[in-house]
Design a protein around this ligand. Sequence first.
Ligand code: TXA
Ligand code: MG
Length: 309
Amino acid sequence: MSVDDDIQKAASLIKEGGLVAFPTETVYGLGANAYDDKAVAAIFEAKGRPQFNPLIVHVATVEAAREVVHFNAMAEVLAKQFWPGPLTFVLPRKDKRVSYLVSAGLETLAVRMPSHLIANKFLAACEVPVAAPSANISGRVSPTRYEHVAEALADKVGMILDGGASEVGLESTVVDLTTEVPVLLRAGGVTLEDLEKVLGQKVIVSGESAPAAPRSPGQLLSHYAPSLPVRINAEYAREGEAFLGFGKCEGATLNLSKSGDLKEAAANLFAFLRLLDKAEDFSGIAVAPIPSVGIGLAINDRLRRAARR
Ligand code: TXA
Ligand code: MG
């Protein structure tokens, strides 16, 4: 079957209330018809995800996004600059048909238009907004390849679309645009610097400490966790540890980017954590220091959470 046939079949499954895992430029998503309560509930069940975590609604066009949420001036400016791409807006809900399971009962919705070609074609063919978290078991490392999804969810989804390795490799940046001063809820592919520059105004970074009822599961302190303990800002590996290096460093088991390229490191992060986690002879994973600039902030955010038990 051709890729286009697969996409049509996947879209039919969505319309029938099924689950489809699909590639995006950030990570693979586990999608369902956002209008269908039962289908959305099946996402939570497949992931074993706590129900209070709201999901992102994925769309193929800016027009479709404007149907789902009330756009404002900031959203227009950001969409023009960064869509399609790894940026999610939280805005007031407009489309009453979107299941309240998607927003965890909130009157806001998170919406994003991915740039991955297969994601875009798939979303267009679905003709409904598609709710999708990352396609992994809750709390585990997010999937950046077809095989990662197949390992964990093969028997729980109707279909997995193969789109190769995710180019960005980290989840989208989530920005709350419902307040006068926008709030960065999750660091990601689009950096804080990028957002402030394009908006021409300050963006508040939501606090490090997890609130009692998290606004964003990206804010849970322990998340993105491999099963081995992770030790960050390590200069070298201790006895028994694997060493995940960055830039020029001695004795790395794997190196996120030998040339010290943060984008390359982000794209490799989740896949390399999985590889080291699976190699049976290690007792832990030591990770070299990553500079906290640009997408390095998002990498360190995920590493801190992976390191917390
Ligand atoms: O890159 C991505 O965003 C991937 C791909 C599949 O698109 N999706 C993803 O979804 O990472 P998930 O469910 O793992 O993360 C969704 C994030 C969470 O941090 C969630 O709390 C936040 O979006 N979110 C969703 N709806 C929200 C809302 N109404 N208010 C505040 N945060 C919201
Ligand atoms: Mg996730």
